[in-house]
Write a protein that binds this ligand. Structure first.
Ligand code: HEC
Ligand code: HEC
Ligand code: HEC
Ligand code: HEC
Length: 197
């Protein structure tokens, strides 16, 4: 037992050192999601509010950002086993800034004036991006034959059995990995977590 604890501590210290060697601080502060320069000094407010939140969107924790009303061209491919529909849940929250139709600093009581930079603007043609907003459950993994069972993925990657933008990205930049990814994509490690290729 004691030995296990010592090993656990050694592993945690190891993780601590490797985290420290990243150049980015593992926090939203100073990240591309720190919009405080255009929100009057607050970080969370562009996306969240403690009161009077928008309750119309599934999976939206205390949502404050103005929602997109765009209709999207959806991903399609003959080998795709999922069932795809207009974006819902977390992906729809991301698209409320990243489809380029709503200013990042548009939220309750605040008229947005900035436009998202070209690199962050995915547009409304989602055929050009990895599919999102479809059910990713054990049945899909079995049907595909080369997918990790989603039940074995870390917490937060899958929301309500759905694959979303947040299956690859951490919106709060907790990992500090470039492009707010959940895992490094060096050697395509992120992709290989789910795709057994
Ligand atoms: C750019 C938009 C954005 C900003 C800014 C933002 N969040 Fe979030 N937050 C989200 C989204 C989207 C989700 C739901 C998806 C998820 O958790 O992956 C979320 C989820 C959450 C949750 C519930 C899930 C969890 O991770 O615990 C909490 C709590 C939270 N945010 C707190 C904060 C706080 C506190 C701040 C400010 C320091 C903040 N967020 C800033 C977009 C944002
Ligand atoms: C409130 C508006 C807003 C919301 C909501 C939002 N983003 Fe962003 N995001 C931005 C802005 C602004 C940038 C900076 C764009 C640029 O300068 O290239 C950005 C940048 C990013 C980047 C690039 C990070 C980097 O370091 O280069 C990623 C990845 C990203 N967002 C993913 C997401 C995901 C995934 C969600 C939903 C879970 C989300 N965003 C929700 C506004 C938002
Ligand atoms: C399959 C994993 C995956 C999914 C799903 C995903 N992304 Fe990404 N995203 C990446 C990777 C990897 C990068 C970095 C490499 C690149 O830019 O192509 C990236 C880059 C980005 C960038 C930065 C672009 C730049 O050049 O600075 C933004 C913004 C972004 N993603 C937003 C989103 C949004 C919004 C969604 C959902 C609509 C989403 N992503 C879904 C993996 C993903
Ligand atoms: C969190 C898990 C996850 C991650 C990470 C992920 N994917 Fe996927 N990906 C999926 C699922 C689930 C599907 C749907 C598979 C299906 O229905 O056949 C999919 C679909 C795809 C498809 C379309 C397959 C088709 O038949 O049309 C491609 C290509 C793909 N992913 C490549 C990538 C690449 C490249 C990366 C890394 C940048 C990546 N994926 C990261 C889970 C993931």
């Amino acid at each position: 037992m004691k030995q296990n604890i010592i090993i656990a501590v050694a592993i945690l210290v190891g993780i601590g050192f490797s985290e420290a060697s990243h150049t980015h601080a593992a926090t939203i502060t100073g990240s591309k999601h720190d919009l405080s320069a255009s929100t009057g000094g607050e970080i969370c407010i562009a996306c969240h509010t403690p009161h009077n939140a928008n309750t119309t969107i599934t999976d939206a924790p205390l949502w404050n950002h103005t929602m997109t009303v765009a209709t999207y061209e959806l991903y399609a491919s003959p080998t795709f086993n999922g069932t795809i529909s207009q974006p819902t849940g977390v992906s729809k929250l991301c698209l409320s800034c990243h489809d380029g139709t709503i200013a990042p600093d548009a939220f309750t009581g605040h008229t947005g004036v900035t436009s998202i930079a070209a690199a962050g603007n995915l547009g409304t043609n989602l055929k050009k991006s990895h599919p999102i907003s479809f059910t990713y459950d054990t049945a899909l993994a079995t049907a595909d034959g080369e997918l990790t069972d989603p039940g074995t993925l870390p917490a937060g990657w899958i929301n309500n059995d759905k694959f979303e933008c947040s299956s690859c990205h951490d919106v709060h930049n907790k990992t500090g990995i470039p492009k707010m990814l959940h895992a490094t994509n060096t050697g395509s490690a992120l992709c290989l977590t789910c795709h057994k290729k």
